[in-house]
Write a protein of this length. Structure first.
Ligand SMILES: Nc1ncnc2c1ncn2[C@@H]1O[C@H](COP(=O)(O)OP(=O)(O)OP(=O)(O)O)[C@@H](O)[C@H]1O
Ligand SMILES: [Mg+2]
Length: 507
């Protein structure tokens, strides 16, 4: 940034406390027009809190905010938006059963004049929604239901909704966590276009490569404090990790955990033969042995989640056979699968698992209690011990195990969900994108737990879009493409080999 350009937004000395505990202490942020600024930090570092304070979603606990040199005190996100600060939050709150246009304008519909009773001007709603979407390069039918479009499009709709006419600052909290590579590229094109129009864009992500692909500058928070601000070109990935984690942790996180040896002659724990469902998944053969970590690689939509759901009794296969310990098994529901020792940690933590108003303790104990059934209740003390063990092991940042889980940061909620399924000590654990939204340090902790359990004989089916992770932890990699299995690769295969298999055209 050259010295003569003034920041469009300047935050200084920002504080925020929750129940007497500092979530933000003396935090600053400077944004210039026409830049993409990455806001980085571990899970619970305070990124979302800073954004919520800045946009009036949470009251500030002190400090100053200046927009174009003028002090501002937005009391609500709507007020912030009127000032020109637009936000897409980590938890996208759109309505799937409203139309695209309705989602863009819900709560602030353009209305007709007094003579017509201030009725909503639907023609204007649709026209202006089309204009806003065109601004970010999206040409879709705005009258269709939002749910009829893929997540990536829904994400763009959220951005269009956020972008007011007079936006100066656009804030995106983990916008890419459920997008595939192609969709991320498209999103970045949109961000670059908006940057070209002079917007200042704040971008939160846990994907380090994305930081370098798109951002001009980086601000790092650690434990609610400001660590520093750099030009992206001046802060390499190692230095960035060190800034986020602190020196000691960064040194540890560089060390790759060793893949536990696994007995190739171990008996098959789970064996699928020609398992499939019309329209969902082509017939698939899959073998998982005790103590084996099988990676499931493929692009978004390749059928990985569908396979997990079939194995776990969430979908009923209409062909093929499933065997557990050599015995034919058929699961009418997840309860059947759980009885056979399976567990599935699903991908969509918001919809599939978190009970926001229950405590961290109750959320972690939930699946184990369900497995034990009504005959064996976990005492409060047992639940506490269990929860505290996992809070420690996975580094879940929470004031106590009695804190309602909804008050934890997004990544820490995700860690608690993994703990919930690890606690059941399943024989086969299916993890669907377990490290999404999780910071680099916590990823290591989760991988270490998985490797430790595998060493003890637990089998793991590991689904991840991050190829580097799959090749590092898997004894064997099963590759899916277009809802069918295209091959298997042994441990030690490279990312390139997996990519080749994914990209290979059908013969
Ligand atoms: N409403 C709340 N009440 C109490 N504590 C809260 C509340 N909101 C956030 N916190 C705490 O403030 C801290 C910062 O959380 P925040 O959500 O800002 O983290 P984050 O950097 O966005 O993390 P992530 O990468 O996991 O999304 C966390 O310890 C969190 O538990
Ligand atoms: Mg967050």
């Amino acid at each position: 940034m050259s010295g003569d350009i003034r920041p469009v937004l300047e935050l200084a000395g920002i504080r925020k406390q929750f129940a007497g505990v500092d979530a933000l202490r003396d935090v600053q942020l400077r944004l210039y027009p026409g830049e993409i600024h990455a806001l980085m930090g571990q899970n619970g570092a305070g990124k979302s809190t800073l954004i919520k304070v800045l946009t009036g979603a949470l009251p500030s606990g002190g400090g100053s905010m200046r927009l174009d040199g003028q002090a501002i005190h937005p009391a609500s996100p709507l007020e912030a938006q009127k000032l020109g600060i637009s936000t897409v939050y980590q938890e996208v709150n759109l309505c799937p059963n409203l139309s695209v246009a309705e989602n863009v304008f819900a709560g602030r519909y353009p209305r007709r004049g007094a003579a017509e009773g201030f009725r909503i001007d639907w023609a204007a709603v649709n026209r202006r929604a089309r204009e806003l979407l065109a601004r970010i390069g999206l040409d879709i039918d705005v009258a269709r239901l939002l749910s009829s479009y893929p997540v990536a499009v829904q994400q763009m709709v959220a951005i269009a909704r956020a972008l007011g006419v007079s936006s100066k600052v656009l804030i995106l909290d983990e916008p890419t966590s459920s997008l595939d590579d192609d969709e991320v590229r498209k999103l970045f094109e949109v961000l670059r276009k908006l940057r070209g129009e002079g917007l200042a864009i704040v971008f939160v992500t846990h994907f380090l490569n994305q930081v370098y692909a798109v951002s001009d500058r980086i601000t790092v928070l650690r434990n609610g404090t400001w660590v520093g601000e750099w030009r992206a070109a001046d802060l390499g990935p190692q230095a960035l990790i060190a800034a986020m984690l602190g020196r000691e942790l960064a040194a540890q996180s560089g060390r790759a955990a060793a893949l536990p040896p696994f007995d190739i002659a171990a008996p098959a724990l789970l064996e699928a033969q020609g398992l499939g469902q019309a329209g969902l998944l082509q017939p698939i053969d899959l073998l998982v042995r005790a103590g084996e970590i099988v990676g499931l690689a493929g692009l978004l939509g390749a059928g990985r989640t569908e396979l997990a759901r079939l194995l776990f009794g969430l979908e009923a296969p209409d062909r093929g056979q499933l065997r557990i310990d050599g015995e034919v098994a058929s699961f009418a529901s997840p309860a059947d699968a759980i009885r056979h020792g399976l567990a599935l940690c699903p991908e969509e933590r918001k919809t599939d698992g978190i009970v926001a108003e229950l405590s961290v303790r109750e959320n972690i104990a939930l699946a184990l209690q369900a497995r034990l059934g009504a005959r064996r209740f976990l005492s409060r003390a047992e639940q506490t011990a269990l929860a505290e063990r996992f809070v420690e092991a996975l580094g879940i940042k929470t004031a106590s195990v009695e804190t309602p889980i909804g008050l934890l940061s997004g990544g820490n909620q995700q860690k608690a969900m993994i703990a919930r399924w690890l606690a059941t000590e399943p024989r086969l654990l299916i993890l669907d994108e377990p490290t999404r939204g999780i910071d680099v340090g916590a990823k290591q902790e989760i991988m270490a737990q998985i490797l430790r359990l595998a060493k003890g004989g637990m089998a793991v089916l590991f689904i991840s879009s991050e190829m580097s992770e799959v090749v590092r932890v898997a004894h064997r990699i099963v590759v899916l493409r277009d809802r069918s299995k295209v091959g298997e690769l042994p441990a030690g295969s490279s990312e390139d080999e997996v990519c080749e298999l994914i990209a290979a055209t059908h013969e």
